[in-house]
Design a protein around this ligand. Structure first.
Ligand code: ATP
Length: 621
C-alpha cells in the first residue's frame, strides 16, 4: 500500500539536511524582515501619539529615519533570502532527481515494461518541480506566516485586549475551512498529477511512433485520444482552480471583514478613551499585516497538497525494490571465487588466423591478425541448468527445464518460432531477468553470485532493436568500452561492416541516435553490433543481429562475425540458414523447451520441425 501524501513528503526531509545552514539563513532573514515590517506601525504610533499629539517635532526626524532604515533592512534581507533559497532548493531538487535516476537504473527491465514511461517522466520532472517549490517557499512561508500571525495577534491583544480577542475569534472559521479545503484539494491534486503522467505518455508515444501513426493513417485517432486526455486534465485543473478560488475568496474576505470591524469597534474604543488615536492607527496597520499570512495560507496549503501528492508519486518509485541485485555477491567478493561446476568442456581448437576480440580485425581492419588463432582468454563457459522462467504476474512458463551448455569459445545459435522464448533465454545470462527455477552458470559460477557490474562487463549484448543514444558515433560505440583506442574503435566498426560511419559529415564525431543523424535500421544494427564487439566480453549475446540487413551486407557481416565469434563464447539468435551457419551448434527452442541440439546439417537431416523452419525462412527470403 502506498504511503499517505504527507508521510511521503516527510520522508523526503533528509534531502533538506545538507542545506540546514541555508535554511537557517532563510528563516532568520525572513523573521527579521517580518519583525521590521511589524515595527513600522509601532513607529507610526509613536509619531502620532508622541511627535504629533505632543508637538514633539524633534522626534519626527529620528522616527522617520528609523522607518526608512527598517524598510531598507527588509528589502536587503529579502534579496539575500531569495538568493540563498533559490540556490538551496535547486540543489535539493537535483539531489532527489539524481537519486531517482540512479534508482530507475537499478530497476529491472520488467519494471520499465510495466510502467508507462510518461508516468516516470512526469514524476522525474513535474513532480520534483512541485516538491522544490514547496520545500523552497512553502515550508519557509508556513513558518514565517505562523510566526507573523502569532506575533501580530499578541500585539493586537496588547494594544486592546477585548478588540484583539474579537479579532482573533473571527479567524476560527478560516481554520475549519482550511481543513475542508485540504480534503477536497488532495484528491484533485493526485488526479491531476496522474493525468499529467498519462498525457506525457501519449505525447511521448506520438513523437516516437510518428511514422507508424502516419503510415497507418491513425494520426487523427491518436490526436482525438490526446485531446480527450488533455481535456480531462484541463477539467481537473479547472476544478482545482474553482476550489482554490473559493478558498482564496474566503481567505481574502475574512481579514478585510476583520479590519472593517476593527475600524468600527476601534472608533468606539477611542471615543470612550479606551484607546489612543495612534493606538487605533497602529491596530489597523498591524491588522492589515494579518491579511498576507492568512492569504498566504491558501497558497501554502495548495502547494503543500500538491507537493505531498507529488512526493507520494516519487516515493512509490523509491519504494519499488530492484528485483535483480547483487548485494550478496558484492559481499562475497572478498572471498575466493566459488566454482560450482568444473570446466569440463574442451575449448574449441582455434582456427588459424583468427584475431582476438581485443585485436579484432574483420575485413580490412589494421593489425590484430595472429598466426595462433583466437585468444580464448576472454571466453567463458555458460550453462543453463534446468532453467525455467515466467514473467512476473504471469504464471505461464515461458521457459521450462532448459538444459543447455555453451562451451568456451563456442558459438551456439538459438533458433525457434516467434514467441518460443529465445530473447527471454538470452536475458537470463546478463540478468536482465532472473530465472524462476534452476540456474545460469557463467564460468561455473551462478550469475546471481557475480556482482552485477562485473557480470555485465563480462557479458555483452546486441539486441534486435538497436538502441542508439543521442550522442556521437564514437560515444555510442564506446558505451561499454570507455578505454578503447581509436584503432580498436575503427576495427570494431569495420568488423561490423559499419564503415559507412567514416563517411558521415563529421566522421565518428557525427551525432546519431534520437537527436542526431537518422540512420537506417540496418545501419543502426551494425553500429550496435560494433558496440557489442568492442566491449570485449567473455560472452557475446546477439539477438537476431542481422535481421535488418540486405543479403549482400548480411553475407559480409556474417563472414566478419565468423572471425569475431571465434575468440569468444557466443549465443546468437538467428532464423535464416545463412546466419544459423555461424554456429558450431544449433539449439531449437520450441515453446520454451529445448527440442533439439546439434549441427545445422544434423538437425536438417533429423529434425523435421527444424528443417521445416529453415526451409520456410529460405522461401520467405
Ligand atoms: N515483459 C513481458 N511480460 C510478459 N510476457 C512477456 C514479456 N516479454 C515477452 N513475453 C512473452 O514471453 C514469450 C517469449 O517471448 P520472447 O520475446 O522471449 O520470444 P522470442 O522467441 O524471442 O520471439 P521473437 O522471435 O518474436 O523475438 C512470448 O509469449 C511473449 O509474449
Amino acid at each position: 500500500m502506498s504511503q499517505s501524501p504527507v508521510a511521503a513528503l516527510w520522508r523526503l526531509r533528509p534531502y533538506l539536511r545538507p542545506y540546514r545552514k541555508q535554511l537557517i539563513i532563510m528563516v532568520t532573514a525572513a523573521l527579521v524582515v517580518e519583525a521590521a515590517d511589524i515595527a513600522v506601525p509601532l513607529v507610526t504610533k509613536s509619531v502620532i501619539d508622541g511627535a504629533i499629539a505632543h508637538h514633539e517635532r524633534g522626534l519626527l526626524l529620528p522616527l522617520g529615519l528609523l522607518a526608512i532604515a527598517l524598510g531598507a533592512l527588509s528589502a536587503g534581507l529579502s534579496l539575500i533570502r531569495r538568493w540563498v533559497q533559490g540556490n538551496a532548493v535547486a540543489n535539493m531538487e537535483k539531489d532527489i532527481r539524481d537519486d531517482l535516476y540512479a534508482h530507475l537504473q537499478r530497476l529491472e527491465p520488467a519494471f520499465h515494461d510495466e510502467w508507462q514511461s510518461g508516468q516516470l517522466l512526469s514524476r522525474a520532472t513535474t513532480d520534483l518541480g512541485t516538491i522544490r517549490r514547496f520545500m523552497g517557499f512553502g515550508i519557509v512561508f508556513l513558518f514565517i506566516s505562523t510566526m507573523t500571525f502569532t506575533a501580530v495577534s499578541a500585539l493586537l491583544i496588547s494594544l486592546n485586549w477585548w478588540l484583539g480577542l474579537i479579532t482573533m475569534a473571527m479567524f476560527v472559521p478560516v481554520f475549519v475551512f482550511c481543513l475542508r479545503f485540504e480534503k477536497k484539494y488532495k484528491v484533485l491534486a493526485r488526479r491531476a498529477q496522474d493525468q499529467d503522467g498519462d498525457l506525457t505518455t501519449l505525447v511521448e508515444e506520438a513523437a516516437t511512433g510518428v511514422r507508424v501513426l502516419k503510415a497507418l493513417g491513425r494520426a487523427p485517432e491518436a490526436a482525438d485520444t490526446h485531446y480527450a486526455e488533455a481535456d480531462q486534465l484541463s477539467r481537473t485543473r479547472i476544478a482545482m482552480a474553482g476550489v482554490v478560488g473559493w478558498f482564496w475568496s474566503v481567505l481574502t474576505l475574512v481579514p478585510n471583514a476583520v479590519i472593517a470591524l476593527a475600524v468600527v469597534l476601534g472608533a468606539v474604543a477611542v471615543s470612550k478613551h479606551a484607546m489612543t488615536v495612534g493606538g487605533l492607527v497602529a491596530y489597523i496597520t498591524l491588522g492589515l499585516q494579518l491579511v498576507w499570512p492568512v492569504e498566504a495560507l491558501g497558497y501554502i496549503l495548495a502547494s503543500g497538497e500538491e507537493a505531498a501528492t507529488a512526493a507520494q508519486r516519487v516515493v512509490e518509485i523509491f519504494d519499488t525494490d530492484p528485483a535483480i541485485t547483487s548485494e550478496a555477491a558484492d559481499e562475497e567478493e572478498d572471498h575466493p571465487e566459488r566454482v560450482v561446476v568444473p570446466l569440463t568442456a574442451e575449448p574449441r581448437l582455434p582456427a588459424p588466423g583468427h584475431p582476438s576480440i581485443r585485436g579484432v580485425t574483420g575485413g580490412s581492419a589494421p593489425g590484430g591478425k595472429t598466426d595462433h588463432g583466437p585468444d580464448l582468454g576472454h571466453a567463458a563457459h555458460v550453462l543453463f541448468d534446468n532453467v525455467s522462467f515466467s514473467y512476473p504476474g504471469d504464471r505461464r512458463p515461458v521457459l521450462s527445464e532448459v538444459n543447455l551448455e555453451v562451451t568456451r569459445g563456442e558459438t551456439l545459435v538459438l533458433t525457434g518460432a516467434t514467441g518460443s522464448g529465445k530473447t527471454t533465454l538470452l536475458y537470463l545470462v546478463p540478468r536482465l531477468a532472473d530465472v524462476s527455477g534452476g540456474r545460469v552458470l557463467l564460468a561455473g559460477r551462478d550469475v546471481r553470485d557475480i556482482p552485477l557490474p562485473q557480470l555485465r562487463q563480462r557479458v555483452a549484448c546486441g539486441f534486435e532493436e538497436a538502441t542508439l543514444f543521442s550522442a556521437s558515433v564514437r560515444e555510442n560505440v564506446t558505451f561499454g568500452a570507455a578505454d578503447a583506442t581509436e584503432e580498436e574503435i575503427e576495427a570494431a566498426l569495420i568488423a561490423a561492416q559499419a564503415s559507412f560511419v567514416f563517411e558521415l559529415p563529421w566522421g565518428l564525431d557525427t551525432r546519431i541516435g534520437e537527436q542526431g543523424m537518422a540512420l537506417s535500421g540496418g545501419q543502426r544494427q551494425r553500429v550496435a553490433l560494433a558496440r557489442a564487439i568492442l566491449s570485449r566480453p567473455e560472452v557475446l549475446i546477439l539477438d537476431d543481429p542481422l535481421s535488418a540487413l540486405d543479403v549482400q551486407t548480411e553475407e559480409r557481416v556474417t563472414r566478419a562475425l565468423h572471425e569475431i565469434l571465434a575468440g569468444v563464447t557466443a549465443i546468437v539468435v538467428a532464423h535464416r540458414p545463412s546466419t544459423v551457419a555461424l554456429g558450431d551448434r544449433v539449439a531449437l527452442l520450441d515453446d520454451g523447451v529445448i527440442a533439439a541440439v546439434g549441427s545445422h546439417r544434423e538437425l536438417m537431416a533429423t529434425d523435421p520441425v527444424y528443417a521445416n523452419l529453415m526451409t520456410m525462412e529460405e522461401v520467405a527470403r
